[in-house]
Design a binder for this molecule. Structure first.
Ligand code: AHR
Length: 666
């Protein structure tokens, strides 16, 4: 059977089954249930088509922020950190770390100067070897780059190296991939050139195929020849990236598994900057990678070479089948604001960004996009004007300028305001209002009802950042995921007024935790999902599905439930019932379904449970599957079912409905 969602869960279930408790007892099937239920509940689901309501296609998506080295040293697969030597600033001498000198001060002198051939990023690295042949150490002298806390170099895989070099003399440089201390060479290439070949800046590129693996590897340039050479814009990319577009495959497959319907990018606070001069600027992050200056993100305090730029985000959204949501700075940072009287050039910059995404290939900015390999426009229909800036100086004035200029040129663009319209009426027009919530587990559980009282007309809510945090969450607890699941059930129920929602933050490189918790944790070679990541998989079919009325009657106040009907990719009619038990009592549940269009196809029906023995349990690199969903067959699927719902759990009942056959006699 090709029901992809089920197959994905099946594979995972095989993997984790040995670690898991058998958590749901279907009493009709097993007679005796091992778990004693102190509470009871009845869930009535009306699955008839006339009582359902369509959930917006966009309901659940992702929010990617350049935080925690999520992009640079994260999903962007570039292995060289500080590839243009600009991270130390454009005044020289500058700090060129993490590049590190091989040799000592008598044998080699290394520093930055402003000799780069690239105008917007003038800094290059000057390497002067003071020794020749046997006078040099046997290891040679030069520099190495350890990447972002070690490069993941894999035996037999291809890596494309590009660098720019200049020398006044002939050169004999060996360029190698090695293990962490350079003692083991995994791949090497000698660059031998006469002075006339390299007297001007010369681009060199070739492919490395390591003959061994290292998770903490490095790239090194060494010589045993006296003389001076300069390096600039050094890039090492794995050849095998997600859809060939430069993203780390292991990280992106986790994202793709969530089936996100939109991608909000590139921040968050990252968009604002502590100061405007350090905010993300899209024009500096498009075009040839060598010509991008990079910038220091002063909210999360690290340098980005901006290989992951505006184009790459649009490409990623397209590759994921997700609608791009472009968050643009409207002249407001954490600490400064552009007066509305002076905002016109910022508005023009926003219009240019739309032309870059949507303009024809012969428009000014569309032609830049086309030169980057995407002549067809991207589908950009959502823009957020700023992030968390409502109430700051000039926000509303600036917003209105952006709003009217964008709507005038692109009437179909959906515009998202930072001002919360829940329980109040906005003083400015908007298609969506941004809603962020970071809170305790019990408050998040209660917030499942927060949109019940929302006005049913006016701008729709975009819950672009939600998460349980602080002590209830640690680095990603089961407890947090339970409260968040209940909250999302509340969003499904209120999806007539809430059209989009995304967890935040999405990624953390474990070597640079700037924010806890996060959905996906990685280092250079490994990745795992927190319970909040796995929780989101329960909602991946919701966008575009039909929400069926689901009513709980119970002596427990710790439950939240919803039911949807949806079509699998191979056109099977499916019913999914989700129930969150936030409490510490097991619940004896009766599910009563009415209005089913067909009988339940038992072999294609499953129960999936996310729980653990301790509600504060987390996943980790050493135990990445401690808290993951476990799937078991639903052997007694019926319109009246009984199940014991585990304390502290998320349970789904996924049922395929039998297909009506009209062609049996043909
Ligand atoms: O998600 C982390 C941060 O939280 C975002 O940058 C910001 O929008 C919010 O305050």
């Amino acid at each position: 059977m090709s029901w992809q969602g089920i197959m994905d869960f099946k594979k995972r279930a095989q993997f984790v089954l040995v670690h898991a408790l058998f958590v749901v007892c279907i009493t009709a099937n097993y007679g005796v249930c091992e778990l004693k239920a102190n509470k009871s509940a009845t869930l009535s689901v009306d699955a008839s088509s006339q009582s359902g309501r369509k959930i917006p296609d966009t309901l659940f998506g992702i929010f990617f922020e350049e935080i925690n080295h999520a992009g640079a040293g994260g999903i962007w697969a570039e292995l060289v950190s500080n590839r243009g030597f600009e991270a130390g600033g454009q005044n020289t001498p500058s700090d060129f770390s993490p590049w590190t000198i091989i040799g000592d001060e008598t044998t080699v002198s290394v520093g930055t100067d402003r000799t780069s051939p690239f105008k917007r990023n003038p800094v290059a690295l000057r390497v002067q070897s003071n020794c020749d042949a046997d006078a040099c150490p046997s290891t040679g002298v030069g520099v190495y780059n350890p990447g972002y806390w070690g490069m993941n170099l894999e035996n037999g895989k291809g890596y494309k190296l590009i660098f720019h070099i200049k020398s006044l003399d002939s050169v004999d440089i060996s360029v190698s991939l090695t293990n962490s201390d350079g003692s083991q060479t995994l791949a090497t290439n000698n660059i031998v050139a006469s002075a006339s070949d390299v007297s001007d800046w010369t681009k060199v590129q070739f492919e490395f195929v390591p003959t061994g693996s290292a998770t903490g590897g490095r790239l090194q340039f060494i010589t045993r020849k006296k003389g001076v050479f300069w390096l600039d814009q050094v890039s090492l990319m794995p050849m095998d990236t997600y859809m060939g577009h430069g993203f780390r495959k292991d990280l992106l497959s986790m994202v793709a598994d969530l089936k996100p319907r939109f991608l909000r990018f590139p921040g968050g606070c990252y968009v604002e900057g502590e100061r405007l001069w350090n905010a993300f600027r899209w024009t500096a992050a498009v075009g040839p990678w060598e010509e991008r200056p990079g910038h220091f993100g002063d909210v999360w305090n690290y340098w980005s070479d901006d290989g992951l730029g505006y184009f790459e985000f649009l490409q990623l959204a397209e590759d994921l089948g997700a609608a791009p949501v472009w968050v643009i700075n409207n002249g407001v940072s954490h600490q400064d604001s552009v007066n509305t009287a002076n905002i016109a050039s910022w508005v023009k910059d926003a219009l240019d960004s739309i032309e870059f995404a949507r303009g024809s290939a012969d428009s000014t900015w569309g032609s830049v996009r086309a030169s980057m390999g995407h002549p067809e426009p991207f589908t950009l229909k959502y823009m957020a004007i700023g992030n968390e800036d409502c109430g700051k100086n000039y926000y509303t004035g600036n917003y209105l300028k952006f709003y009217s200029a964008i709507k005038n040129a692109y009437p179909d663009m959906n515009i998202i305001t930072n001002c919360n319209a829940l329980g109040t009426t906005l003083d400015h027009p908007a298609d969506y209002y941004d809603f962020h919530t970071y809170t305790t587990a019990s408050s998040m559980f209660s917030q499942k009802n927060v949109f019940n009282s929302a006005k049913r007309s006016g701008p729709k809510a975009f819950v672009s950042e939600y998460a349980v945090w602080q002590s209830d969450a640690g680095k990603g607890s089961l407890l947090a995921s339970l409260a968040e699941a209940a909250f999302l059930i509340g969003l499904e129920t209120n999806s007539d007024v809430v059209e989009m929602a995304s967890y935040a933050p999405l990624f953390v490189n474990d070597n640079d935790r700037r924010w806890n918790p996060d959905a996906i944790v990685f280092n250079s070679s490994h990745v795992y999902g927190t319970p909040s990541y796995w929780m989101q998989q329960y909602f991946r079919e919701s966008g575009g599905a039909i929400l069926n009325p689901a009513t709980i009657q119970s002596d427990s106040s710790s439950l939240a439930a919803s039911a949807i009907t949806w079509k699998s990719p191979d056109n099977l009619e499916c019913l999914k019932i989700k129930i969150v038990n936030f409490g510490s009592d097991a619940v004896n549940l009766t599910i009563s379904m009415s209005g089913l269009t067909n009988s339940i196809d038992t072999p294609n029906s499953f129960t999936t449970v996310l729980t653990s023995s301790n509600v504060m349990d987390e996943n980790s690199f050493s135990n990445p599957t401690k808290v993951v969903p476990v799937q078991t067959p639903l052997t007694n699927a019926n319109s009246q079912m009984h199940a014991v719902i585990q304390p502290h759990s998320i349970t789904s009942f996924d049922m395929a409905l039998a297909q009506t056959s009209y062609a049996a006699d043909m």
